[in-house]
Design a binder for this molecule. Structure first.
Ligand code: BGC
Length: 456
């Protein structure tokens, strides 16, 4: 292969990553957009507090459903085809919400958008992981999380832009732009060579690998994929087999850790938390959300740069330690009487440190490891279980946060998340494998040999 065509191979991998990361962007946009839109919907549709909560959390219910069905669908029909259907569902959800004549319609449209988010949340990282060369897989899969965090910030900015005109319908409609780029882009990128090989389409798999790898590497990679695929039948029951038990524990444990350490209380309620801390003006509250979102993007970019150099485990451990520490300080700031002046700023600082710590590790590492540790024949379904647990945790934390702050207090709530972070650190230290530099097939062989996660 000439230098030119090798370059072309890399460019195609980057293009495919960028297109599928639009799924991450839509994930972020669709969860972020509601924070601004709800203010006006509440007025237009005269929502009761209960209905308001349902409108806000409908997307999470849909995501849970999307995560549940996406696994079987992607193992059966492939990654790229399912993502194309997902792009259409995103568009239907956006148009539906933008045109909603009433509350029921709006809730239905948000559930539909949620289904697309639930599917894209894990199929996009899965696809990227399967086309990525081993030495940059961490970076490429993390691009999806960069797109996700950017999607959140973009949604805040769009909300802000349309807020003057109270044009909440346009806030939803704007999701059509990334949905179109996603859907059209997917037509031009290749299928996952791994999924093709696992489904006996060897010639197609070889042809895709020929476009994205050096010629001398194509046959060896293909035969490694085939060898591993032949060892699995691809039944659901294999998820319960002793061989996969550890991989399931790692995926589910990290899914719980990612949500029950509280990140989405900040993503969904940043302005409320800032008000708790004594900043009462709305412009400060908006700035707070954008600030939190920007820190999330910046530190995810840092993680992206480090993922294949320092590895997943160090980033994860530093991240969880940083989260535990900043939550301890945040709790303290709320525990001391008269949250004002300097203590208010301590709260802001620790909140930012908390978000930065999440972004540099736990945020991207969860989705990355989930896309790496399962055997090819059952990868989609195994990932869908971790993803369902993740969305379930997201929903529980989102609906219980405000009640928790009333029942055990604000300090108590943040300390509780801090304690979970300490538990998650121990879990990660003892059980999460280092997948840097290993091919997906090497990881699969490792489990099959019955070895411990840390021995990888
Ligand atoms: C999590 C989401 C969260 C987002 C924030 C993702 O990795 O899965 O629940 O809202 O990060 O950046």
């Amino acid at each position: 292969m000439t230098d030119k065509s090798q370059n072309h191979g890399k460019q195609l991998v980057y293009l495919a990553t960028a297109v599928s990361a639009m799924g991450g962007m839509l994930f972020g946009y669709d969860i972020g957009v509601i924070s601004g839109a709800i203010l006006f919907i509440k007025k237009d549709f005269s929502l009761s507090p209960i209905l308001e909560e349902i409108v806000v959390s409908a997307v999470l219910l849909g995501s849970l459903a999307g995560a549940a069905i996406g696994g079987t669908l992607t193992d059966r029909f492939g990654r790229r085809k399912l993502l194309i259907v997902t792009a259409i569902i995103f568009a239907v959800g956006a148009i539906g919400a933008a045109l909603a004549p009433g509350t029921t319609w709006l809730i239905a449209a948000r559930i539909i958008a949620g289904v697309a988010i639930g599917i894209a949340s894990f199929v996009a990282p899965l696809y990227i992981s399967e086309i990525a060369p081993v030495d940059i897989r961490g970076k490429l899969v993390s691009i999806n999380q960069v797109a996700l965090t950017s999607g959140i910030v973009i949604s805040y900015l769009i909300d802000y832009a349309f807020a003057g005109a109270e044009a909440w319908r346009w806030m939803f409609a704007m999701a059509l732009v990334p949905a179109a780029i996603f859907g059209i882009g997917l037509i031009f990128i290749p299928d996952s060579p791994r999924w093709l090989a696992a489904h006996g389409q060897l010639d197609k798999a070889r042809s895709v690998l020929g476009k994205i790898r050096k010629p001398e590497d194509v046959e060896s990679e293909l035969s490694r994929i085939q060898k591993n695929a032949a060892q699995q039948k691809g039944h659901w029951s294999e998820l319960l087999s002793p061989v996969l038990r550890m991989a399931m524990i790692v995926g589910i444990g990290l899914a719980i850790a990612q949500q029950v350490t509280g990140i989405n209380t900040v993503i969904y309620y940043a302005p409320t938390i800032f008000k708790f801390a004594g900043f009462s003006s709305s412009s400060v509250a908006i700035l707070a959300s954008v600030g939190v979102g920007a820190i999330n993007v910046i530190f995810t970019l840092v993680a992206m740069g480090l993922m294949d150099r320092v590895g997943r485990r160090p980033l994860l451990l530093v991240s969880l330690a940083g989260m535990a520490l900043s939550l301890a300080v945040l709790g303290l700031a709320f525990a001391l009487p008269q949250m004002s002046g300097i203590l208010g700023w301590v709260a802001v600082g620790s909140l930012m440190a908390y978000v930065g710590s999440f972004a540099v590790g736990l945020g991207p590492v969860f989705w990355l490891i989930l896309s790496e540790i399962y055997p090819l024949a059952i990868r989609g379904r195994a990932m869908s279980i971790g993803t369902m647990v993740n969305w379930g945790g997201n929903l529980i934390v989102a609906v219980s946060f405000l009640t928790l702050t009333h029942v055990i207090g604000k300090a108590g709530t943040f300390w509780m998340f801090g304690a979970v972070s300490v538990g998650a650190w121990c879990f990660a230290y003892f059980l999460v494998p280092e997948t840097k530099g290993k091919t997906l097939e090497e990881i699969e062989t490792h489990w099959r040999a019955g070895k411990r996660p840390r021995a990888l």
